[in-house]
Design a protein. Structure first.
Length: 317
């Protein structure tokens, strides 16, 4: 299973592939005790996820005007998903180049994309007007009509911005997906994405910075002929600066949010009764899911995801 290669821990002993009313997902493994509250079910490195951090630059192949002015967060994340799909197709077809690796050097995303449903026909967005009318709930009918209008406008704006750029996006090879492709991608995003605090740098990068600052401080003190006490103060100041940087990063993350499509974790989106939660582990630079109350055998491992409610579409799974 491809997920075993990208999941840091848990998959294979805490959770197992399962089916929920015909929908694929992950459930607590069939062990004598199931999963205790707080147990890590699985942990996925951030590098293998598709993420939309604040102020992410427009990727190559996407019209910059659309990205910056016309696209809400879920449309931008859908564009990233479509780009990964194109790279996976290029890799499968032997196209070479950028298709050989996913964005940012992550493993090829083809196996992950195969877990994303090819159709989201169960969502009211795709129901016929007759089917919606049978619900006898006018507010839902109005919401679906508005969502359809909004998605049509998002696709039209992409087409217009691509035409204005003469086929050039932020880079040299823009593409325009069909409306059906964009519908699929936005449906996947709205039903499988979670959001949470955004941390710009990792603990490892902060550690390297702290080491560099400490080295420079100590070197400066030594070259300046400082005594042992002055050298200790210089190193202590560097350590205090490093601690401040980490605390600042964590505090700042409470004000910034990112949106995430994460392999394996996004399979835990069917049972809203499950009390598990996904969070970002700053010290491991990964997204982790811990079991909540009632992590019984055979029950889905998680229902709430990453630092807040799941961003579902109307009727999203």
């Amino acid at each position: 299973m491809w997920a075993r290669e990208v999941v840091s821990s848990g998959l294979g002993n805490k959770v197992t592939p399962a089916s929920f009313g015909g929908l694929r997902g992950l459930a607590c493994a069939d062990s004598p005790s199931g999963a205790a509250e707080g147990d890590i079910l699985l942990s996925v490195p951030r590098a293998v996820a598709i993420t939309l951090p604040p102020k992410k630059r427009c990727p190559e192949g996407v019209p910059q005007g659309w990205w910056e002015r016309d696209a809400p967060w879920y449309a931008r994340l859908a564009a990233l998903l479509l780009l990964e799909k194109r790279r996976a197709s290029a890799a499968k077809g032997g196209g070479g180049g950028q298709g050989d690796l996913g964005s940012g050097g992550r493993p090829p995303m083809g196996p992950y994309l195969s877990t994303v449903p090819a159709s989201f026909s169960e969502m009211p967005y795709f129901w016929t007007d007759e089917q919606l009318a049978e619900l006898q709930y006018p507010p839902l009918q109005a919401a679906v009509r508005e969502q359809r209008r909004e998605w049509r406008q998002i696709h039209k704006a992409w087409e217009q911005e691509a035409a204005k750029a003469g086929g050039g996006g932020s880079g040299a090879s823009a593409f325009v997906p069909s409306f059906a492709e964009l519908e699929w991608a936005m449906s996947a995003v709205r039903s499988r994405t979670f959001s949470g605090p955004y941390v710009a740098s990792t603990l490892a990068s902060r550690g390297r910075l702290a080491g560099l600052v400490g080295f420079l401080a100590a070197g400066s003190a030594i070259l300046g002929g400082a005594d042992a006490e002055s050298l200790g103060r210089a190193v202590g100041a560097a350590g205090a600066a490093a601690i401040f940087n980490v605390l600042y990063e964590v505090i700042l993350s409470n004000k910034l949010r990112q949106y995430v499509l994460c392999p394996a974790i996004d399979l835990l989106n069917h049972d809203s009764r499950a009390g598990s939660e996904a969070t970002y582990d700053y010290f491991r630079d990964s997204f982790s899911v811990a079991a909540g109350l009632g992590g019984a055998r055979g029950r889905e491992g998680a229902g709430r995801q990453a630092g807040g409610p799941r961003r579902g579409a109307i009727g999203g799974q």
